[in-house]
Design a protein around this ligand. Structure first.
Ligand code: T3D
Length: 260
């Protein structure tokens, strides 16, 4: 068991909850390590077919715990923290074998934005609020946000959000394409888990190939993209889920996918 992260698996869905609610789940050394361990556990558990990341209490994640940064001078190298804590975590999230959904249940700031954006899709509660936060304390973006944010909102909007650090609402995040769906606050987790469970009984091998195609082909050339599709479809075409899908179609019944 972890100290700063809750972990449970139900119906094929691993629910990972950041759990330092008194500081809006700000990231300290322990939380960074435990969050990585939780993602690793989910990735190596064949029963896990979807991951949901959320926060305990009234917030999602306030980013780096700033109480660890109060009495520091210029000899501190933040690139160590960025490389060893944030880069490692964001890479792990992006490279998960299964879909990863963020359920943003409140404030989401700095590296907390980084975590939400490193998930594959994001649902938010009506009361969620977002801020890039970095510039407010004199930092530049990290935890992947300089990569993930412009891919969702475009270059100009990403620069505006990063320069100002302005707080924006779940509805604004939805309009900008950062958030996929917005729910009533008390319904967020129920609706997200419902969606996750629906994916978890789906063809999760095909989902993995789908993510690889869409993410890798985002900045590929058309010939590269077409060739990657051909290669990934070869894998999908050999799966028992494909045979089951076609059989179920011809027998006019729901398919029973096993994710293999
Ligand atoms: O350093 C490195 O390793 C480089 C990597 C950096 C990555 C980063 O994430 S840099 C960005 C760090 N994060 C921030 O700058 C965000 C700071 N927090 C806020 O701007 C606001 O708290 C929020 C917008 C997130 C939420 O606002 P609000 O009004 O809903 O809550 P609050 O009252 O500000 O916060 C509640 C408590 O959480 C409060 O403690 P208290 O007064 O009840 O004892 C507050 O101090 C604490 N808290 C919030 N954020 C952090 C935090 N404590 C430590 N670290 C935080 N990041």
């Amino acid at each position: 068991t972890f100290e700063t992260v809750l972990y449970e698996v139900n119906n094929g869905v691993a629910l990972i909850t950041l759990n330092r609610p008194n500081v809006i789940n700000a990231i300290n050394q322990t939380l960074g390590e435990e969050l990585y361990a939780a993602f690793k556990r989910a990735d190596s558990d064949a029963n896990v077919r979807v991951v949901v990341l959320t926060g305990a209490g009234r917030g999602f994640c306030a980013g780096q715990d700033l109480s660890d940064r109060v009495a520091v001078d210029e000899t501190l190298s933040l690139s160590d923290s960025v490389r060893e804590r944030y880069n490692v975590l964001v890479s792990k999230m992006q490279n998960m074998r299964v879909p990863v959904i963020a359920a943003v249940n409140g404030a989401c700031a700095g590296a907390g934005m980084g975590f939400a954006l490193a998930c594959d899709i994001r649902f938010a509660s009506k009361n969620a609020k977002f801020t890039m936060a970095f510039s407010k304390i004199g930092l530049a973006p990290d935890s992947g946000t300089s990569y993930t944010l412009p891919r969702l909102v475009g270059l100009g909007k990403a620069l505006e959000l990063a320069w100002t650090g302005d707080v924006f609402s779940a509805e604004e995040a939805h309009q900008m394409g950062i958030v996929n769906r917005v729910f009533e606050t008390e319904e967020l987790l129920i609706k997200t888990l419902e969606f996750a469970e629906r994916l978890a009984v789906g063809p999760t091998l095909a989902y993995r190939l789908t993510k690889e195609a869409i993410v890798q082909n985002f900045d590929a050339s058309l010939p590269e993209a077409l060739e990657r599709e051909a290669q990934l479809q070869a894998i999908a075409g050999r799966s028992s889920d494909f045979r089951e899908g076609v059989l179920a179609f011809s027998e006019k019944r729901q398919p029973n996918f096993r994710g293999e």
